[in-house]
Design a protein around this ligand. Sequence first.
Ligand code: AMP
Ligand code: GLY
Length: 424
Amino acid sequence: MRVLVVGGGGREHAIAWKLRQSPKVKELFVALGNAGTAQIARNLPIRPSDIEALAQAAQEHQIDLAVIGPEAPLAAGIVDLFNLLRIPVFGPTQGAAAIESSKVFAKRLMEEHRIPCAKSSVFSSLPEARNYVKRQQTPIVIKADGLAAGKGVTVAQTQEEALKALDDCMKAKVFGDAGKQVLVEEYLVGQEVSVFAFTDGNTVVPMVAACDYKRALDDDKGPNTGGMGSYSPPKFLTEEHRQTIRKDILERAVQAMTKEGRPYKGVLYGGLMITKDGPKALEFNCRFGDPETQVVLPLLKTDLLEIILAVVESRLGTVKIDWEDEACVGVVMASGGYPGSYATGYAIQGLDSLDKDMLVFHAGTKLKRNESTGNDEVVTEGGRVLTLVARGKTLAEARKSVYNNIRCVHFHGCHYRKDIAKGL
Ligand code: AMP
Ligand code: GLY
C-alpha cells in the first residue's frame, strides 16, 4: 500500500514509525514531515492546512490510505474532501471534528448525553460573562469556543485573571472568531489523564492511557506548552476508572455523535480528570495527542495499519488489539525560549550515540547541508524539537534509561524537564 501521513510533528513521526513496521506498507509519504520522517518515508513539502494541495498530491502519488495527524486539516474538512475523491482516509469528517473545533458543541453533547463533565455556562456577550464570573468562586476555567492552537484555555486563580481572560477573548479578540463564544467552567480537582480510542463509529477500543506534562518547567511551574513529556501507563487509573471511561465517556460520545448525524471515525481523544467522584471529561479532541502518541504507539503490539484499515472499512470489531505489558516514558527537548520566541537552525548533536533501543521522534527538525563538510545535518526548526522515548519493564526503568540517554543529545539553548514520570 501507498500511505500518506499528514502532519510534521513528533506525533506524526511516531505514527509513520509504527506504520513502517507493517508488511503491507510499500511506500510511505509524510506531509510536511521533518528530519526524522525523512529517514523512514518520503517527505512532501505541503503544509497540513493546505488540504487541496494534499488531495492533489494524494492523487498524483496514487495514495491508498491517508492518515491525518493534526486537528487543523480535520476541522477544515480534509476527510470530506478525500471521501469525495474516493481516497481512503483515517479521521473524522468536518462535522464530526466539531467535537474538538467547538467546545460549545462538545459541552452541549456531553450534557445532553449524560457524559460526566465539568459544569459550565456559555456566553456570547462580554457583560453577561463578566457578571456571571463575578458571582462565581475561584479557581474558575475560561475557554474560547474554537481552535486556538492549545492556548484557548485559562485556569484562572483569581477573579481578575478570569475577567482578563474574558476581555482577551471577547474584546481584544486574541483568538479571532474562536473567542466569539466563551465557556465558563467549574474547576475540577484531580489527576489528569489522556485516553485515546480507535473507533469506526460503532466499536470503540480504548488505547493504553497516558499522562502529559503541559507546563514548561519542573514541578509544573512556568507557562503552558504543547506538552513537555509523557508516560504510559498511569498507575492511578483503576479497572473501575477504565470501565467508566470506556462506557460512560468514550462509547457514549461516539453513540451521541451518531445520534447527532455526525458519525465519528478515527481516533477520539478524551482529555479527562480523575476526580474523587470518578473520571470526568475536560475535553475531546478529534485526533491522537502529542506527545502522548510517542509513548502510546510503542506499546501497541498489533499492526497499526490493520487497525486503521478496519476503522476505515467499518469493521473494527473484527480486529484484536494487543498491548505490551510494559511502560514507556518520553521527554521533549525544546528550543531555548520555547514556549515564547526562540531561534532555530542549531545543529543537533549526539543522536547517533544513543542506546540502540531508544526511540527518537523528531518534531521541529530539518536536514540542512553543512557547507564546510558537504554533509546533511539535523538542525532545529521548531519550539518542540524532539521527543526521546524509552520503554522498560516498569516506569522507573524506562525513566532511568531516557534520562541516561538524554545527556548525550545537545543543541544550543536546549531545555527539557527533569521530572517526567518522577516519583510514580
Ligand atoms: P484543554 O485545552 O481543554 O486541554 O485545557 C487545557 C488544560 O486546562 C487541561 O489540560 C487542564 O489541565 C486544564 N483544564 C481544562 N478544563 C479544566 C477544568 N474544568 N478544571 C480544571 N482544569 C481544567
Ligand atoms: N497533548 C495535548 C494535545 O495533543 O492536545
